[in-house]
Design a protein around this ligand. Sequence first.
Ligand SMILES: *Cc1c(COP(=O)(O)O)cnc(C)c1O
Length: 490
Amino acid sequence: MSGYHPPVTTPEDASQEARKIPRADRLLAAAERAGWTARLGHAPIMEAVRSSLDELRTAVLAGTPCPPPEEVEARFLDRVAQGVRGTLRRVVNATGVVIHTNLGRAPLSRAAVAAMQEAAGYSNLEFDLPSGDRGDRYGHASASLCRLTGAEAAVVVNNCASAVLLALSALSERLPARREGAAGAVATAGASGRPEVLVSRGQLVEIGGGFRVPDVLRRSGADLVEVGTTNRTYLSDFEGALSPRSRILLSVHRSNFRQEGFVHDATLAELCDLGRRAGVWVVDDVGSGALFPTAPFGLGEEPTVAERVAAGADVVCFSGDKLLGGPQCGVLAGRREAIDLCRRHPLLRALRVDKVTLAGLIATLAHHEKGEALREVPVWRAIAWSPEEVRARAEGWREALAVPGVEVVEVRSAVGGGTLPGVTLPSFALALPPGDADAIAARLRSSDPPVVGRIEGGRVLLDPRTVLPGEDEAVLAAVRSSLPGRHGSS
Ligand SMILES: *Cc1c(COP(=O)(O)O)cnc(C)c1O
């Protein structure tokens, strides 16, 4: 125990109190009656009995009075139930943050879930049905990815961080074929030493969860060459930094921060032009990977993957579970020569996408191809919801609750997921009565399913924008039992 807490009882009282601790038999019998022993087996129940009683004994000997046996029994059964539930649980996202990194990013469409369920059994993942020979895992998604992005070739890996690592590793080992005929000023073939990757100082970013561009670069076996300054980098800075060891010009979407004021970046088209002249690769880490223009949704001008491919990047890397709205994965899309090198690199084996994810991605891409993303892909449905629609749902909640002090307020929802920093959508939320907001939020999180809201101005806000269809009752039940004076005995 940390700190010194004067015991409420003397050690003699405490050992007297410890005699009130129920015997293990009593808890075992309770588990038996509740059906847990039949369901889980004897050993896990014994373990739960032992740890429950050990904890209780420690507390009692430290001076805490022993609760009545019925309560000890109830707490023990709660503990068993919690253990069964496990630690990874569904939650209701009422934060309004559409792509919430801590809440599992993109929720999947029904078709994606169905496809993943089907793929969970046997499939022709790497089996060519007509010939009966070995087939290609990566071929299944590539045609659709190429149609959606205009790329010549594509390959899917575990996430965008893997995509960047693979692109840098594979391309820093080889020169592009165009190098042979490169008319550029830098005649460099055959240079020895570690390959170099050139990147603007203003793009050496850290994306959430420890993805730092300089660190990934080092892992790929290349040396980082920082170009330009934090706020202004010109094409001439890249030109001036080219050396015989240069292999890749890297462009990185800043994703989770914005630069304003006296700033300049070399455009991707400029970099691609320089890459062609100098005979080096151009890799673009575009991150969130919008497949269609985002401006009409109030999200500003996110670059689309197709634009980046059209600008001439050899490889464009993006996530499958940000603006694409699919399962966690990463995509490399671009020129065939570059993608082929990535596909042949040994690292691909360690970064490869699994069958269930691949099936979910293919189903999500189909929504995009059919032009039904706004209706079917949950991320896009949430983004496309008009403020009026969100308000109507919040009003419905308010009326159903009929609790004084609960109101509907105007808010802004963030898109999140390390994308679109500072971009928010006009929205509405249910505001719970002012009071101990932290305690109310904690009770909402302890509901089943847990409901996660956000606190603003001392009030808990629940934003319907990110609450999935069919979750309304769960929100209402959680609110009812979480408001002060309404929750149970706890
Ligand atoms: C989000 C992001 C990543 C990391 O993507 P994961 O899919 O989480 O691995 C890498 N680069 C950029 C620019 C990003 O926005």
